[in-house]
Design a protein around this ligand. Structure first.
Ligand code: SF4
Length: 440
């Protein structure tokens, strides 16, 4: 089937995590290769694609409201509206009933054929959400990257862990790993094209295993860190039960692996962690955090926390707060529990009242805010290397970027330093960002 989208303009709206950001860059790259062009807004496009996230009820609600706003656009011209990502995979045909304006629904295992599907003249609606356990390679040449210096590099997809609250095994399927040779080839290609930072991506990168050689994540990380030209390597997401002392040693040993680790805690109570089917206890988590901090005292640890999981008592919640205080995370992502379809937790009573969940979330975020503020104050007067991503969105005339610890740094500079590493003297801070001036 010839793939020709010549003259078509597309717009992609992305919700959710870095995996979705990366998938949207793949989809954009594939459509551009088929002849389509990017449109700056849904109004100016022929194809509108909504790449969705199903991780929480609230994210699904946001997407539903966005889809509702697209409805009038369908009337003024013959546009194609497509839904991609986790909600597409999870809700499938249900979405057509709820939102008749949707034309196509395509799950993550079918993005490689999306341009072809869009170029076919067809009657009626199209649904492509079957599973596949085979990795479909989409390389650098087919990826339209937003940044010229920082790139996502997917290494695996899906999850076999079945945490009781999590929809990912149902929305992204079982784990499949990208061959290590393909990962390395992409990183080398990026280095050759001037990229300075790579983020190795997967729902659970620490489960990585090369199908041919059996190489694990530690082995892959060591090889990636050997690629010349890449100055910062990050990876996300790690599972506390799988992250090994060897990974900590490699990070401590290799200067181009950022001293930053996102290690989802979810709860500080062993009883809750057991019910969540997380596979580690509070003590295991604290031991792993101490191991990384022991080897790299300046490491920036971040985490995810769910409050109000079924059966969570006040004492359980206090235990979560105490882990935050002990570990002193650089950043946290915190959420109220909401039952997700098909998960084990959805079959038990959601018994923590909404008011209590709300109260706990506020307390948790206040405690963390104080921790971050105190931590950030210790950086005043220090100089950080920052990879500048562009002008600050909040502060015209200033620049913004990330430090090695993945902290947002807004700073003044006499010269344009976009897409460059720059030394920044930290002169002030808030709980969520650092401020400073470029030392040029
Ligand atoms: S490890 Fe658990 S929380 Fe993470 S993606 Fe897998 S099932 Fe979801």
């Amino acid at each position: 089937m010839p793939v020709n989208l010549e003259g078509c303009r597309f717009f992609i709206k992305t919700f959710g995590c870095q995996m979705n950001e990366n998938d949207s860059e793949h989809v954009a790259g594939l459509l551009i290769r088929a002849g389509a062009g990017k449109a700056p807004s849904p109004e100016e496009s022929d194809i509108i694609l909504v790449n969705t996230c199903a991780v929480r009820k609230k994210s699904e609600e946001k997407i539903d409201s966005f889809l509702g706003r697209l409805s009038p656009l369908k009337k003024d011209r013959d546009r194609v509206i497509g839904v991609l990502g986790c909600v597409a995979q999870l809700r499938r045909g249900e979405l057509f009933k709820k939102r008749p304006e949707i034309d196509i629904i395509v799950g993550p295992d079918h993005y490689h054929e999306l341009a072809s599907l869009l170029s076919q003249k067809r009657e009626g609606k199209l649904l492509k959400t079957s599973w596949n356990r085979v990795w479909h390679e989409i390389g650098s040449a087919e990826t339209f990257r937003k940044s010229r210096v920082s790139a996502y590099v997917p290494i695996m997809e899906g999850c076999d862990n079945f945490c009781a609250y999590c929809v990912v095994p149902f929305s992204r399927g079982r784990e499949k790993c990208r061959p290590a040779a393909k990962v390395l080839a992409e990183v080398q290609d990026l280095a050759g094209n001037g990229y300075k930072e790579v983020q190795l991506l997967g729902q659970n990168v620490t489960s990585y295993r090369d199908q041919e050689t059996g190489e694990d994540f530690a082995g892959l990380l060591r090889k990636v860190s050997g690629v010349e030209g890449i100055e910062w390597i990050r990876f996300i997401t790690s599972h506390p039960k799988d992250i090994s002392p060897e990974i900590a040693r490699i990070m401590a040993d290799r200067p181009n692996i950022c001293r930053q680790l996102h290690l989802p805690l979810q709860s500080g109570s062993t009883a809750v962690l057991e019910r969540m089917n997380r596979g580690y206890s509070r003590e295991d988590y604290l031991e792993k955090a101490a191991l990384f901090k022991g080897l790299m005292p300046d490491i920036a640890l971040s985490t995810d926390v769910i409050v109000g999981f079924p059966g969570e008592t006040e004492a359980d919640f206090e235990e979560t707060l105490s882990v935050l205080k002990k570990v002193e995370f650089a950043n946290i992502f915190s959420f109220r529990y909401s039952p997700r379809p098909r998960t084990a937790a959805a079959r038990i009573a959601d018994d923590v009242p909404l008011g209590i969940k709300r109260k706990r979330l506020i307390i948790l975020q206040e405690v963390q805010k104080e921790i971050q503020l105190a931590r950030n104050r210790t950086f005043i007067g220090k100089t950080f290397q920052v990879l500048c991503s562009g002008e600050s969105q909040k502060d015209a005339g200033r620049y913004s970027g990330r430090s090695e610890g993945f902290q947002v740094v807004n700073f003044g500079s006499p010269r344009d330093v976009r897409d460059r590493f720059v030394d920044v003297l930290i002169t002030g801070c808030g709980p969520y960002s650092l401020h400073g001036k470029a030392l040029l």
